[in-house]
Ligand binder design. Structure first.
Ligand SMILES: O=C(O)CC1=CCC(=O)O1
Length: 96
C-alpha cells in the first residue's frame, strides 16, 4: 500500500546542540535504511520549510504506524498521512 506522508518538524529551541546532532544523525540512518529496503520510496524537502513529503510503500496501516513511531524525530513531528491508490487515468504501468 502506498501512503503520502507529510512530516513537519519542530525542534524545541532549548534542546542542547549535541542532542539535536545525535537525533538528526539517527534520523538520517533510520530513514536511509528504510529507503534501501524500498519501504520509504521517496523523500522530498518542502522548499522553505522544515518539512518533507514522503512516499511509503508498506504492507498496511499497522506497518506504516510502526515505522513512523520509530522515527527518532517522531516526538518532534506533526505527521499527516494520506493513503494512495492508482488513478484509473494513469498512463504508466508503475510509479517508478
Ligand atoms: O528533515 C526532515 O524532513 C526529517 C527527516 C525525515 C527523515 C530524515 O532523514 O529527516
Amino acid at each position: 500500500m502506498l501512503f503520502h506522508v507529510r512530516m513537519n518538524v519542530e525542534l524545541p529551541h532549548d534542546l542542547p546542540e549535541k542532542d539535536v546532532a545525535d537525533i538528526l544523525q539517527r534520523e538520517k540512518a533510520y530513514s536511509q535504511e528504510l529507503q534501501r529496503t524500498g519501504k520509504w520510496r521517496h523523500i522530498w524537502r518542502i522548499a522553505g520549510q522544515y518539512a518533507n513529503i514522503s512516499i511509503f510503500d508498506v504492507a498496511d496501516n499497522d506497518e506504516l504506524h510502526q515505522l513512523l513511531c520509530g522515527l527518532p524525530l517522531f516526538k518532534f513531528m506533526d505527521i499527516q498521512v494520506t493513503p494512495l491508490l492508482r488513478h484509473p487515468s494513469a498512463v504508466r504501468a508503475d510509479d517508478s
